[in-house]
Design a protein. Structure first.
Length: 328
């Protein structure tokens, strides 16, 4: 039988040990990141951006499988699957959810209170994902860029490159909420530089041919493509249709790299690398309200001289002088 003094001593020692044990258990729990990708796991672009994120983690001393776990989910370009995939990740007990693009970030926001890092998303304020850059509100931080103004600038660039352009086809995905504000801003710019826009909505690559057939009848002189995960993943198919018709084109970087005439936009690898910074801050207890959303301010102009030759175009020297990259 234990005496009263020994019992009190034992109880006191156990009480002191409990918080230490709990603390040790908390420290030993390996952080779990959810990675929600709206593209396919076989997408070259998606793989490159994911590697940029992993590189950022590595430079912050995170090693996958050793001191951090990453749970991956891909919607294979089907935005209607994003909500269910978010629920799957949340059920796994993730500590932070990383995603990109407006559809995926919106699905994540609607599906969880877990901290969300959007690697990149077009104008997160205009689409209602955040309240402001400095005080985003809710459970989202990360990086954004002013996509509507960017898309409008592309019209000015295509007009500068091809002054005789009158009618521009605009390829967009109606399931992406950023595309409406983009189109509105483009219409304002088009009116000011005497361009007519011919928007065409596509939800899958099977609809690309229909867009170009419609533009054939309307005598479209050039094509511009708005950022969207599905469209970026299928940029090669878009460029093939542009090339077949010898049409000048402008869009995101993958358009010019794939054989289109021009690109003006954000190098997405950089914000994906930066996303690791936000993850690290969250895992180390930072308050989301103390993590302002960052705004991409560097936009690269890429010109493809092979594409220019294909459409019989001599690009203006002033445009060539401003290019960040010239593909020969």
């Amino acid at each position: 039988m234990i005496n009263r003094r020994a019992f009190i001593t034992l109880l006191g020692g156990a009480a002191a040990a409990w918080p230490l044990a709990a603390s040790a258990q908390q420290r030993s729990k390996m952080p779990r990141i959810g990675y929600l990708d709206p593209l396919s796991r076989s997408s070259r672009m998606a793989a490159g951006w994911m590697e940029a994120f992993r590189s950022g983690l590595h430079d912050l001393a995170y090693v996958e499988g050793k001191n951090i776990t990453i749970e991956y989910r891909w919607s294979e370009g089907k935005y209607d699957r994003l909500a269910a995939l978010t629920a799957e990740l949340v059920h796994l007990g993730i500590d932070v959810l990383v995603t990109y693009g407006t559809p995926a970030t919106r699905a994540a926001k609607q599906g969880t209170t877990v901290p969300i890092v959007m690697a990149i998303s077009g104008d997160a304020i205009a689409t209602g994902l955040i309240i402001s850059l400095n005080r985003p509100g809710g459970n989202i931080t990360g990086s954004t860029f002013f996509n509507p103004e960017l898309c409008a600038k592309r019209l000015e660039l295509i007009k500068e490159a091809v002054p005789l352009t009158i009618r521009v086809g605009v390829l967009l995905n109606p399931d992406n909420p950023i595309h409406l504000p983009c189109l509105q801003e483009m219409e304002r710019t088009a009116n000011s530089i005497n361009l007519a826009l011919e928007p065409f909505q596509v939800r899958s690559p099977t609809e690309f041919e229909s867009a170009f057939l419609a533009w054939d009848t309307k005598h479209v002189n050039a094509v511009t493509v708005i950022e969207d995960a599905m469209l970026i993943a299928n940029s090669k198919a878009i460029v093939e249709l542009v090339t077949k018709r010898r049409l000048p084109s402008i869009g995101f970087k993958e358009i010019a790299e794939g054989g289109g005439l021009m690109a003006y936009g954000v190098d997405f690898a950089k914000p994906f690398y930066r996303a690791a910074y936000f993850v690290d801050k969250i895992l180390n207890g930072a308050n989301l309200n103390d993590l302002p959303v960052e705004q991409a301010t560097k936009f690269d102009l890429v010109l493809n001289l092979q594409a220019a030759k294909m459409v019989g175009l001599d690009l203006p020297p002033t445009l060539l002088a401003r290019a960040d990259e010239v593909i020969e």
